[in-house]
Design a protein around this ligand. Structure first.
Ligand code: NDP
Ligand code: HSE
Length: 581
């Protein structure tokens, strides 16, 4: 970790638990990753506790039984805990793919200890200092639930449903503001909704009522542990906005959630759109898809995920609730987005070129239609810089500077390693980082588009991309790069905007050599880094993967899920959402 980029303020902690009911196949880790990313973008650091994949613990118990488990519970515990270790590693791999800065911990690394029966032990302690150190420079920490160390047996398990207990214990020990148990139902019901369709969902119920009502859903030991710690538990479904809160106070029955799948039009299925498509088809309960707009549908014969069309009218047919634009360009996508908004659809886009060029028109279109226009992925890819500025703006932003073009940074990293310029560009294209015309990356146009959007978010001012001075990456010649390296410096493409005393904004995209100690100098390959300085002198750093399919698709899909949640609460067509447009 680069100390210059250590978080400047403690982020609130949230504990998420993914049980076997929602981790049923390997594909479910993508949904779990999207859920974790949602909390990261809300500004939380996430402790993720995972169960084994569904069926795996049963299989391990059967294996232990076949090997004579009855004789030795402690040996059985050693075997049956392995599903959780595998699951934690799979979750860590998924977060790495998304670009979420995460660490996977084994229980012994934070001295997590339990006492009692090796197959039904109770958690008693962990080393808080080691946990704090593990959380310091990451956005998420992943741990296997259900298991812990034990003074006599070495390793034990916590009984059926023990991952719930692990989650509650971590929330209490780490001072988390919430613990959310993600299940295959959206809360605790008055009766089993599978048996009784008239069963009603609680919004809130107290610990005693939860013990009675949630038999089999929440581990009783976990409820008791929450009561002892005065901690609130949320029971929720993957991606849901609502939850049942287990907390002191009278029981409250929740209003029914009127969800129907949203009709979605996806425009573009390249590096970004294809990842978004994977997310959409993983939630057929939430989304029905129109034919996807591409230029050359004839090349998609083998892609069975969706129907494809080159006809925008077909892609936008049947009054979609939501249009996702991932095609690139300016005039055509802007026109399609305006048409979608006017037709009553919410719009999500990753297209900074169209946004920067048509910002006022698109915002006005959203306002007039009372629809949402969301574009988290347009700056920073998976880095939550626009979300952070939204939270920081009212504290007074003085400046934002950053490495904000992943392709440019990738090219400079490759040049420093001795690659030829054109080879580095071609590699960035192959990896899905570059714009359709990579000269937008090379000449700083893409960074200028992003800077123009950052200026609007940070200062509420209009500085068109064309008014921002730029330098070309080609200025970083091999000789200058070698010279910088000999001085202990590294070339970066740096976008910077700052508020001047007269209220105007200065902005530039420069290609410059930075000392290695500079907060932006450590960005490698497609990484983006941003440093936001506030009027109170505080400095806030954001960094992560700034380009590529999965980080960008995660940011687009997080916007999509925001809209799906808002529509589920209020009914898709009646949602009063203009305030956020
Ligand atoms: P790609 O070039 O990989 O994909 C573009 C897709 O849109 C393709 O499926 C293409 O069809 C389709 N398309 C393009 N033009 C038309 C058209 N005129 N009519 C119909 N279909 C069209 O681009 P990316 O996925 O990389 O980027 C998409 C957007 O996301 C851009 O605005 C980009 O700036 C932005 N973005 C990209 C990031 C990245 O890392 N790549 C990160 C953040 C934002 P076909 O497949 O037939 O060619
Ligand atoms: N071409 C862009 C980049 C994509 O490399 O940063 C992400 O916006």
């Amino acid at each position: 970790m680069d100390p210059a980029l250590a978080p400047s303020a403690a982020r609130p902690l949230c504990v998420l638990k993914f049980g076997g009911s929602v981790l049923t196949t390997r594909a479910d880790y993508a949904l779990a990753g999207a859920e974790a990313y949602r909390h990261v973008r809300d500004g939380e650091t996430v402790i993720i506790i995972v169960s084994a994949l569904q069926g795996e613990t049963d299989a391990l118990f059967a294996e232990a039984e076949a090997a004579g488990a009855g004789a030795c519970p402690a040996m059985t515990a050693r075997l049956v805990r392995l599903g959780e270790y595998r699951s934690a590693a799979l979750m860590g791999l998924e977060l790495a793919r998304l670009g979420v800065r995460a660490r996977v911990l084994d229980p012994h690394e934070i001295a997590l200890e339990a006492e009692g029966d090796p197959l039904d032990a109770d958690l008693v302690r962990l080393d808080r200092k080691r946990l704090d150190a593990a959380l310091r420079d990451v956005e998420a920490v992943v741990l296997p639930g259900f298991t812990a160390g034990h003074a006599r047996h070495g390793a034990v398990t916590l009984g059926r449903g023990g991952t719930d207990l692990t989650a509650v214990f971590f929330a209490a020990q780490a001072g988390a503001r919430r613990v959310r148990l993600i299940k295959d139902v959206d809360g605790v019901y008055t009766d089993d909704p599978a048996r009784d369709p008239a069963a009603r969902r609680y919004d809130r119920l107290d610990y005693d009522a939860a013990l009675k009502a949630s038999r089999g859903l929440i581990q009783p030991k976990a409820i008791e542990a929450a009561r002892a710690a005065g901690l609130e538990i949320e029971i929720a479904a993957m991606g849901a906005g609502h939850a049942t809160r287990v907390a002191p106070g009278p029981a409250v029955i929740g209003a029914p959630v009127r969800a129907r799948p949203l009709r979605v039009a996806l425009l573009g299925c390249g590096a970004v759109g294809s990842g978004v498509l994977d997310h959409l088809i993983a939630r057929p309960d939430l989304f029905v898809l129109n034919p996807v707009l591409v230029r050359r549908p004839e090349r998609r014969a083998d892609d069975r995920r969706a129907a494809f069309t080159a006809n925008a009218d077909r892609a936008l047919a049947d009054a979609p609730d939501l249009v996702i634009e991932a095609m690139g360009g300016v005039d055509q996508p802007a026109g399609l987005m305006l048409r979608a908004l006017a037709g009553g659809a919410h719009v999500v886009t990753a297209n900074k070129a169209a946004l920067a060029a048509r910002y006022e028109a698109l915002k006005a279109g959203a306002r007039m239609a009372d629809r949402r226009l969301q574009y988290a992925a347009s700056v920073g890819g998976g880095v939550v810089v626009l979300e952070a500025l939204d939270r920081l703006r009212n504290r007074g932003v003085l400046s934002v500077e950053g490495v904000m073009n992943g392709t440019g940074n990738f090219i400079l990293s490759r040049l420093r390693a001795g690659a030829a310029f054109d080879d580095a560009v071609a590699e960035a294209q192959r990896l899905g980082f570059a714009e359709a015309d990579p000269s937008a990356d090379v000449e700083g146009l893409d960074a200028a588009d992003k800077l123009s959007l950052l200026i609007r978010e940070a200062f509420g001012r209009t500085v068109p991309p064309g008014a921002i001075a730029r330098q070309s990456l080609r200025d970083a010649t091999p000789a200058r790069i070698a010279d910088a390296a000999s001085r202990g410096e590294v070339f970066k493409q740096v976008g910077r905007c700052a508020l001047k005393p007269d209220g105007s904004v200065e902005a530039s995209v420069r290609v410059m050599s930075l000392p290695l100690a500079h907060p932006l100098a450590g960005a490698v390959n497609e990484e983006n880094r941003f440093v936001v300085t506030l009027a109170d002198g505080s400095v806030h750093a954001l960094y992560g993967k700034g380009a590529g399919r999965w980080p960008t698709a995660a940011a687009v899909f997080a916007d999509v899920m925001d809209i799906a949640r808002a529509c589920a609460c209020d009914g898709p067509r009646r949602a009063a959402l203009a305030a956020s447009a």
